[in-house]
Design a protein around this ligand. Sequence first.
Ligand SMILES: Cc1cc2nc3c(=O)[nH]c(=O)nc-3n(C[C@H](O)[C@H](O)[C@H](O)COP(=O)(O)OP(=O)(O)OC[C@H]3O[C@@H](n4cnc5c(N)ncnc54)[C@H](O)[C@@H]3O)c2cc1C
Length: 481
Amino acid sequence: MFYDVVIIGAGISGTMCAYKLSKYKLKIAVVEAGIDVAAGSTRANSAIIHAGYDAKEGTLKAKLNVKGCEMMQELTETLGVHYKNCGSLVVGFDDYDREQIEILKKRGEINGVKGLRILDKRELHKMEPNVSPSAVCALFAPSAGIVCPYDLAFALSENSVTNGAKFYFNFKVSSIEKTDNGYAVSDGNETVTGKYVISAAGLYCDEIAKMVGDPLPFDIIPRRGEYMLLDKAEGKTTQRTLFVTPNEKGKGILVTPTADGNIIVGPNANVVDEKSDTSVTIEGLEEISEGARRLVPNINLDAMITSFAGVRSTPSTRDFYIQESEKCKNFIHVAGIESPGLASSPAIGDYVVDILKKSGLKLEEKTDYIPTRSKEGNFKLFYDMTDKERKIAIEKNPLYAKVVCRCENITEGDVVNAIHRPIPAYTSDMVKRRTRSGMGRCQGGFCNTKVAEIIARELGIPVDQVQKFGKNSNILCGKTK
Ligand SMILES: Cc1cc2nc3c(=O)[nH]c(=O)nc-3n(C[C@H](O)[C@H](O)[C@H](O)COP(=O)(O)OP(=O)(O)OC[C@H]3O[C@@H](n4cnc5c(N)ncnc54)[C@H](O)[C@@H]3O)c2cc1C
C-alpha cells in the first residue's frame, strides 16, 4: 500500500494529525514504536489545558496554545473524552509574585487569552479555601481546563481508524529513504511508503530528522517531571488548577484536580541523561511534596495511591518547530512539542494540515466521514452512563451488570468492549488506560487477575500468556495448586 501521508509517532501530535487528515480522501498510516497509542510524553503529564499566558508573545507556541485551548471543549464533546473547563489560578505570595502575575496577565492579553483577572486575597480564598493563608493574590484564567490526555489520543486514533487510517505498532523507525515519489519508512523488518511524512516522534524527532539528512536546528533536552496521584477522596482539595509563578525551569509544581476526579501533585523539572528515564525518586517526591504544601498546606499527601513520571522534549529554543523541511520536500517536522503541547494539539493539527495543503496535498472531504470513535458512536463507560443508559446497557449485554474493578466501578462489559475497540487492548495496562480498571485506590490489586482472565477468554489464549505491558511482562507465571 502506498500512503498519501505517513505519520511517525502516535502521541497527541501524531494522532491529532491523523484525526484531522482522516476527514479527507487520503490514505493515512501511523507508525509507532510502542505497542499502543500515547507511549511517550502524552501518557504522563499534568493534563492541563493551559489558557495561553505562559508562552512568550509572538511565538508559535503562544499562538497555537490559545487557539488549541479554545477548541478543546468542542473536540472532547464530539469524541466523548473527559474534559473539564475548571479554570486555573497562578497564586502569588509576595510583591515579586504580584509583579510576575501582572506580567503574565499582560502577556496573556497580548496572546489573546480571554477573561484573565487578578484576584485579591479575599476573592482567592473564597474561590479556593484550601489555598495557603499566606497567598496574597492570584491570576485567574477561566478558559483553562483539564483533560484525560491518553484518552484524547485514543479517541483521535479510534476515529482515524474508523475513517480508514492504518496504525502500525511495534514499528520503531530506524531508516528513511527518499524514493522517486516520496519516502520509504522502515523499522528494519517492514517498510511503509508514502508521499508525505510527518515526524511527530516527540523526544526522538532529532533522530528522525537525522535519518532524512535534515538535522533539527536545535537540541531536544529531556526533562523529567515526577508526580503523585491522590485518591479520589481528596478530590475536593481544589476545584481549579493551582500554579505558583513560573521560574526558569517552567511552570513550577502545581496542585490540580484531574478530569477523572483525583488530585495530582507535581511535576518537578530535572534534566535526565536517558530520554526514556521515567523513574520516580525519593528526592523527587520530597521536592514535589514541598511544592504542593506551599500552595495547599493541609493537602493530604498520605492519600497518594501511585506515583509516576513523564519526560518533556524541551527544545533549546523554547518554541515549537513545525514546518516543512527546507531540504526534503514533503517532509514535515513537528518537533520541540513540550508543554503546552497537549493544550495546543488541536491547533497543531490544523497548522500541519495547512502546511500539507500549501505543499500541494489535495484535500477533498469525504462524504461518508464518521465524526465519532466508531460507526456506533463513542464508547461510554458504565460509570459515565445515566441510570437509564445503564439499564439499557445491561439489557443488551448482561456483562455490564458484573463489576470487575470495585474502586472505579468498571464492569466486565467495559473491559470486553476495550478489548474489541478499533485499536484493541490486549494487555492489562491497555485495558486500564481505556477503562480505568486498576486505576483506583487498590491499583489493580483486586481486579488485575480478573482482567487477565477476561483478556485470555476474549483472545483465546492461556491466561498465563496475558501481559501487563508487553515485553514478557506476564501477570501470572504458573499454577500454585
Ligand atoms: C511532565 C510533563 C508535564 C506536562 N504537562 C503538560 C500540561 O499540563 N499541558 C500540556 O499542554 N502539555 C503538557 N506537557 C507536554 C505534553 O505532554 C507534550 O507536549 C505532548 O504530549 C507531546 O506529544 P507528542 O505527540 O509530540 O510526543 P509524544 O507523546 O512523546 O509522542 C511521540 C511518539 O513517537 C513515538 N516514537 C518515538 N520515536 C519513534 C520511532 N523511531 N519510530 C516510531 N515511533 C516513535 C513514541 O513512542 C511516542 O509514542 C507535559 C509534558 C510532561 C512530560
